[in-house]
Design a protein around this ligand. Structure first.
Ligand code: ADE
Length: 244
């Protein structure tokens, strides 16, 4: 996968891209990254990239020319996903991370301004994405957050393929609780079933825990999840037991 970042602050990406799994993915040749400072593509003497909004109003608006020119400088095809980081975009989630991890080329457009000239949206961008219902000062952290979530899903990036299959959200539920040694810690014991060696029982327990965990912490996720009759029984039993 190739990722280009169109940004006014290329150095912001150094920390994330040069460490841990993101670095390993690049060392392995699975990922190639490039930052482009779109200020270098401004068409005026002072390299100005923003301007006052037509019609008046607060704040500045990112001009189209620097972004269009920077985009031309980045080799791309019809299949390139051009992602605009913006609080009004569609919410980023695991399903979108999975979809984007299958793309060959991503371009992230990271703005730092009150707004983008609308022609950037209508003419360049394939996906307008938000990482949550809050406003950050720029699109760099959102682009890095998305990069991390996407790249770890590319086959071969994580040590073993299993390591993201059990993730929260991967199947629409939160993860089951995990325990490691010691078996008893400060008087709190590891559930017996995990020590039983009975894989069918362990699988069943983990599925129950995922359902319960999701119901407790993120009941909204269950609205999208196809609960079986068995799943419904598990939750009913749990709820009854709470009332006792
Ligand atoms: N830029 C500023 N805030 C943002 C957000 N929540 N998501 C994506 N891009 C942003």
């Amino acid at each position: 996968m190739k990722i280009d970042y169109l940004t006014l602050f290329p150095e912001m990406f150094d920390g994330i891209l040069n460490h841990s799994i993101m670095k390993r993915a690049q060392d392995k040749g699975v990922l190639q990254t490039n930052t482009v400072n779109f200020r270098d593509f401004a068409e005026n003497k002072h390299n100005q990239v923003d301007d006052y909004p037509y019609g008046g109003g607060q704040g500045m608006v990112l001009k189209p020319e620097p972004v269009f020119n920077a985009m031309q400088a980045v080799e791309h095809t019809e299949a390139t996903r051009v992602i605009l980081m913006c609080p009004q975009g569609k919410p980023f989630n695991q399903a979108l991370a999975q979809e984007l991890s299958e793309a060959e080329h991503l371009v992230f457009i990271c703005g730092h301004y009150e707004g983008y000239d609308e022609r950037i949206r209508t003419q360049l961008v394939t996906d307008e994405v938000s990482i949550g219902d809050y406003v950050l000062t720029g699109g760099e952290l959102p682009a890095m957050t998305m990069t991390d979530a996407i790249v770890r899903l590319i086959p071969g990036v994580l040590g073993n393929q299993q390591s993201h299959e059990d993730d929260s959200f991967q199947d629409g539920l939160l993860e089951f609780p995990q325990y490691t040694r010691p078996r008893s810690y400060l008087g709190h014991d590891v559930p017996d079933v995990l020590l039983s060696g009975n894989h069918a029982h362990i699988e069943q327990w983990r599925h129950e825990q995922k359902l319960i965990n999701t119901w407790v912490k993120r009941p909204d996720l269950l609205e999208q999840y196809p609960l079986t009759t068995e799943d419904q029984k598990i939750l009913e039993t749990y709820k009854k037991q709470l009332k006792k």
